[in-house]
Ligand binder design. Structure first.
Ligand code: SF4
Length: 362
């Protein structure tokens, strides 16, 4: 039974230098048309299940005007919410204000994810973000009066960033006293301003040192490292993202959104014209049993606690130890079997991708 929904709002007020997401410069008419189409798409697919996690991401959902947010609020009412729903809404510091926060609270939003990315002026300039850290502090203060559960995103590994810079950045982020931090090592992706400018990713050893610094600093400050890139105060893990890492099904609505329903993974179109004309899905892939198991391993091992053997058997009727070369990886010390769970050895987390590659395909 599907109980999670992702909704993509692709509009942004400006384009960041590293951005490879599905996004468009905001335009009020396009947003109005988009919301009409979004409603149609949801009505065409949603089967009325009880929804336990709803995540509205982007883009920048907070660029919607108050009127547009009210329209979105009506669309959201199409869903049957669980009483204990985790409802996350992404915001940027420069486009969220008191009126919008109150409206979000009234919509049922109980978790905010803010694109902070850095507190340091030189990093924010490099990333082409339009805020400064004073604005972040001001907006987090406002949000906390209404919504306590807050994530911020942090990007590290920028050209010329030093370990001392990162430490300062982490201290500033920690001073916000929020309960979830998602960290991303900067990737220079195709079709981004940074790629076109010929920028390079930083040296791997420095990247690893930065990752270790983040782990040390955040875990020393009461955060639990629960997924390769994610840290939370106890009890504040992202329930929505855990749906992905548990390889559970979810609806994806909106431009460029992806979803997973009935053994089918699908990706929506990225052309606004196509989307507005009612052609929602760009491609879909029906998964074989082997594909499903491959996803379950690749996603499940992203969690620091890894995969529970019994739950895995109950869900897929397969003994996880019989899959791929898992027994060899255990012998090599790359995967640990503690009796109930299998997980990547913590000192090998940094090379996790080279371990997960073992589970791709047949
Ligand atoms: S705000 Fe987010 S989606 Fe928009 S351009 Fe920046 S990184 Fe991309």
């Amino acid at each position: 039974m599907t109980s999670s929904v992702y909704i993509h709002i692709p509009f942004c007020n400006s384009i960041c230098s590293y951005c490879a997401f599905t996004k468009l410069l905001s335009n009020s008419k396009n947003i109005d048309d988009y919301l009409i189409t979004l409603e149609k798409e949801i009505k065409s697919k949603y089967q009325g299940e009880i929804i336990k996690t709803l995540y509205i991401g982007g883009g920048t959902p907070s660029v919607l005007s108050l009127e547009q947010l009210k329209k979105l609020s009506k669309i959201i009412k199409l869903f049957n919410f669980s009483e204990k729903i985790e409802f996350t809404f992404e915001v940027n510091p420069e486009s969220i204000d008191l009126e919008k926060i109150k409206l979000l609270k009234g919509m049922g939003v109980n978790r905010i994810s803010m694109g902070v990315e850095s507190s340091l002026p030189k990093n924010l300039a490099y990333l082409k973000r339009n805020h400064d850290f004073n604005l972040v502090k001001e907006k987090i203060f406002l949000i906390k009066k209404y919504i306590k559960n807050i994530n911020v995103d942090l990007i590290y590994g920028l050209k010329e960033e030093t370990l001392a810079d990162l430490e300062k950045d982490l201290d500033n982020i920690l001073s916000l006293d929020i309960n979830h931090i998602s960290t991303y090592s900067l990737m220079i992706e195709d079709n981004t301003y940074l790629k076109i400018k010929g920028e390079q990713e930083i040296d791997e050893d420095l990247d690893n040192s930065m990752y270790q610094l983040i782990i040390k600093k955040l875990t020393n400050n009461g955060f639990r490292h629960y997924e390769i890139s994610n840290f939370s105060k106890p009890g504040y893990e992202s329930k929505h993202n855990l749906v992905y890492w548990h390889n559970d099904t979810y609806y994806g609505f909106g431009l460029g959104a992806s979803g997973y329903l009935d053994n089918i993974r699908y990706q929506n179109v990225i052309s606004l014209r196509k989307y507005l004309s009612g052609n929602y899905v760009e491609n879909e892939e029906t998964l074989s049993k082997q594909d499903i198991l491959s996803y379950a391993l690749i996603l499940g091992f992203r969690k620091i606690d890894g995969i529970n053997k019994k739950e895995f058997f109950n869900k897929y009727q397969v003994n996880i130890l019989d899959l791929y070369n898992i027994k060899d990886l255990i012998k090599e010390g790359l995967i640990i079997d503690d009796g109930s769970n299998l997980f990547i050895s913590y000192d090998k987390i940094y090379i996790e991708n080279s371990i997960l590659i073992n589970f791709v395909g047949e």
